[in-house]
Design a protein around this ligand. Structure first.
Ligand code: AKG
Ligand code: FE2
Length: 313
């Protein structure tokens, strides 16, 4: 279970110089981002555009939400797995999660909130909205860098058709001082996931060599960026979707806020990413249908590789 202290997850610092598209600092950040995503499927980004107050408040809001009685949490208005409430899983009894769809829409956020707090909870809405808005701006910068680094334009239309799911997550402290799996190994179905954690570590990623490594985060401006399945498909297998898990130890509760980005339109592998060394590996990819298919419709054993089973050539 111990993660080896072998290689380190790359850290890309967006805060030391102004990142103006086309400038040298921008181009060098693009290269670092691309290298990190191709080699590790993830990186730590140092980003100072999300005020630490906004970040701190999101964990207070997560606590407030998970402190609600279980019957109330189960009322969450979305029954699709991973998009409403998850908890009481016998395999991971101290893990809880709540997904909020289309989180950038204040109206939808209010509907979600009113379900849990019938008299409304404006501070909760404002905190979740403010955090998600800022994190989505970071997502947009990263998408633009990825597109730029591969010489693909169209990042604007990609960003315009992106929708965001925010998941607030809680991992209670393990009992009896044991280490405990908080979340089993998996890849996300998103294009990109941006995670922000409180002071409690626990996330680990699997390297190409099959080793598990943890993160060193320098609060308050470090975020974890991970490639999801859709980025692997879009990049024609250049970027690897990050396999990750959460392992809990010590006496503290971990809270995380994960912003998952999805494309509302069909993704095509860009022409620039198809050549003799990289023949086209994927058919056009309907991202929302992909998510829906594997969460609600797929029957039988889970394929070894979901996206290859869904749209591989
Ligand atoms: O909480 C974390 O650090 C990881 C969460 C995660 O992997 C997920 O929700 O997909
Ligand atoms: Fe994940």
């Amino acid at each position: 279970m111990e993660a080896k202290a072998l290689s380190k997850v790359p850290v890309v610092d967006f805060s030391k110089e102004a990142l103006i598209p086309g400038s040298n600092p921008w181009l060098s950040a693009c290269n670092e981002v691309r290298h990190a995503l191709e080699e590790y499927g993830c990186f730590v980004v140092v980003y100072d555009q999300i005020p630490s107050e906004t970040r701190g408040k999101i964990f207070d809001s997560a606590k407030e939400l998970f402190d609600l009685p279980i019957e109330i949490k189960k009322l969450s208005n979305n029954k699709v797995p991973y998009r409403g409430y998850i908890g009481e899983n016998p395999g991971f009894p101290r893990h809880e999660g709540m997904g909020i769809e289309n989180v950038l829409s204040f109206e939808q956020l209010q509907l979600f909130t009113n379900h849990l707090w019938p008299a409304g909870n404006e501070p909760f809405c404002e905190t979740v909205h403010a955090y998600s808005k800022k994190a989505s701006e970071l997502n947009e910068v990263i998408v633009r860098m990825v597109f730029d680094s591969y010489g693909v334009d169209k990042y604007e239309s990609h960003n315009e058709s992106t929708n965001y799911l925010l998941r607030l997550l809680k991992y209670g402290e393990p009992t009896e001082n044991e280490t405990e799996v908080g979340l089993p190994p998996h890849e996300d179905m998103s294009f990109i996931t941006i995670l922000c954690q409180n002071h409690v570590n626990g996330l680990e990623i699997k390297t190409k060599d099959g080793d598990w490594i943890g993160f060193e985060l320098t609060p308050p401006s470090s975020f974890i960026v991970m490639a999801g399945d859709a980025l692997t498909v879009w990049s024609n297998d250049r970027v690897r979707a990050c396999t990750h898990r959460v392992v809990m130890s010590g006496k503290a509760t971990r809270y995380t806020a994960g912003l998952f980005s999805f494309s509302s339109k069909i993704l095509h592998v860009p022409e620039k990413l198809i050549d003799q060394q990289h023949p086209l590996k994927y058919k056009p990819f309907d991202h929302m249908d992909y998510v829906d298919y594997f969460f609600s419709k797929h029957v039988g054993p889970r394929p070894d590789c979901r996206y290859k089973a869904y749209c591989g050539i």
